[in-house]
Design a protein around this ligand. Sequence first.
Ligand SMILES: NC(=O)c1ccc[n+]([C@@H]2O[C@H](COP(=O)([O-])OP(=O)(O)OC[C@H]3O[C@@H](n4cnc5c(N)ncnc54)[C@H](OP(=O)(O)O)[C@@H]3O)[C@@H](O)[C@H]2O)c1
Length: 214
Amino acid sequence: MSERVAKGKSIGLIGVGNIGASILQGLLAADSTRRAIFISDEKQEKLSDFESEQGIEICASNEAVAKKAGILILAVKPNDMQSVVESIAPFMDEETLLISVAAGVPTSVIEAYLGAERKVVRVMPNIGARVGESVTALCGGIYASEADERTVEGILSAIGAVHIVKERDMDVITGLSGSGIAFFAAVIDAMADGGVYAGLPRDLALAISARTAL
Ligand SMILES: NC(=O)c1ccc[n+]([C@@H]2O[C@H](COP(=O)([O-])OP(=O)(O)OC[C@H]3O[C@@H](n4cnc5c(N)ncnc54)[C@H](OP(=O)(O)O)[C@@H]3O)[C@@H](O)[C@H]2O)c1
């Protein structure tokens, strides 16, 4: 396999926090014949959990990830997006696919940070990703093709259901699924409290109320 083909198929993950780590775990669980995965994070200690995973390479910088991977997943906070995108832009070309998880950051803004015609796909998973039960919406920017959207759909199906949507619907979906999951968590917790009040051990009450919600 040529280096270019290998780079095109490999995945880079920048930001291995709550959602980044969940996506990574999903990718590891889903694909035994998986692509190479390169990861970086401001806090190197967050990466140590993945040190022994086969096929994962821990990189010392975001730029190193961008140099090695053809598909880049950015899972940093919206406020960090501009500096991260601008720092990796020089290492991306017209074939690189950038997947942004940042809530509320439109593809047009990311394209402007990139300063060139680059493929951007914006995605909105939710924290159900931690157990493979995310519902994820995605939409492509102006330089991303339908095939690019399908590629991202395939990758994120590792963490749950995926819907390809129009960008104008992304903010509504962010409220519905990204934030909405917290309401269900509160209900499950309250039901578990009821079980504990009635005499059940907490772990059993929680397991039963959580499963009842599914
Ligand atoms: N959590 C969710 O359920 C959820 C759902 C949908 C979308 N999102 C989106 O996903 C993104 C990440 O959210 P999160 O909850 O996973 O946040 P998080 O836990 O804070 O994860 C972000 C990670 O990126 C690291 N980071 C910060 N600046 C960086 C840089 N310059 N280079 C590399 N890594 C850097 C952070 O390190 P430090 O801790 O040192 O800052 C942290 O480990 C956000 O844009 C959010 O809108 C989150």
